[in-house]
Structure formats: structure tokens, C-alpha cells
Design a protein around this ligand. Structure first.
Ligand code: CMP
Length: 140
């Protein structure tokens, strides 16, 4: 299997409840390595740009408002099959459908306040990492 990198966000509902460490414990227990990390607060323009693919969705404005409601932790995760592996660790987008032991099953509050984001493809991982980190900020 190939070593990949994927992009991760710990969302405002999770930073507000002091869950950064608990979430990262699950990520590290899966074998993924956190090779870049920073805590930031996005502007409205940054959130709109990141979620631009969802612009036409009815939940877009709420999603942007939520993502700028508090600090987030953006990260790059590295490991074998990282994109699919992290999606398994996160669980389904809607926590009501998430499998036991996943981040979203254990911590998410709702489909919007779902504690974490992860890239949905290797191509999008590259784009999302590039939007959030300079190459020198990623230390494998
Ligand atoms: P994320 O992986 O960050 O990608 C897009 C986000 O939109 C998703 O997680 C959810 O938090 C949010 N989202 C997806 N579907 C809905 C929905 N039906 N209602 C509200 N938010 C949604």
C-alpha cells in the first residue's frame, strides 16, 4: 500500500469541549502520524473558499458560520492508505450513522457539528493541504 497524506480539521465543537487530545489519540492509535499541525481561527472568506464545493448546498451558510465560530486545529496526517484510513477513523458524516469507536460516534454533536473533517480523495487531500500549509510546515 502507498504512503499517503490527508488533510484533517478538528472543528469548533470539538475544540470548545477540549477534545483535541482525545481525537488525536484515536488518530495516532490508528497508526497515522500527525506531520503538520496548527490551531487557527478562519475568516469567513477562508471558510467559504475551503468549502466552495458545497456553495450551492442549503447548509452552506450555516456550515461557514459554524466553522468560524471558534478555533480549529488543521493537520496533515501521513501513513499507509491515509485518506481511506482516516475516513474509517472519523466514521460517517452523520454521527447517527457512525460505527462504534469512531471519532464521530464518540464525540460529534450533529451532522454539522461533527467534530472533524477529512479529505474525501487523494486529489482533494493535495488541494486542501496546499490551501492550509506551506511545504516547510510539514515535517514527516
Ligand atoms: P465535512 O467532512 O467537513 O464536509 C462538509 C461538511 O458539511 C460535512 O463535514 C458536514 O459537517 C456538513 N454537512 C454535510 N451534510 C450536511 C447536512 N445535510 N446538513 C448540515 N451540514 C452538513
Amino acid at each position: 500500500m502507498a504512503i499517503e497524506r490527508t488533510f484533517s480539521i478538528i472543528k469548533p465543537d470539538a475544540t470548545r469541549r477540549n477534545l483535541t487530545g482525545a481525537i488525536n489519540a484515536k488518530i495516532e492509535a490508528s497508526g497515522l502520524r500527525i506531520v503538520a499541525q496548527k490551531r487557527v481561527k478562519w475568516s469567513k472568506a477562508e471558510a467559504e473558499a475551503f468549502y466552495g464545493v458545497h456553495k450551492a448546498r442549503p447548509f452552506f451558510n450555516d456550515l461557514v458560520g459554524f466553522m468560524i465560530s471558534g478555533p480549529i486545529v488543521v493537520q496533515v496526517l501521513e501513513g499507509e492508505n491515509a485518506v481511506a484510513k482516516y475516513r474509517d477513523v472519523m466514521g460517517a458524516t452523520n454521527p447517527a450513522n457512525a460505527a462504534p469507536g469512531t471519532i464521530r460516534k464518540d464525540f460529534a454533536e450533529s451532522i454539522e457539528a461533527n467534530s472533524v473533517h477529512g479529505s474525501d480523495s487523494l486529489e482533494n487531500a493535495g488541494i486542501e493541504i496546499g490551501q492550509n500549509f506551506k511545504p516547510a510546515e510539514i515535517v514527516g
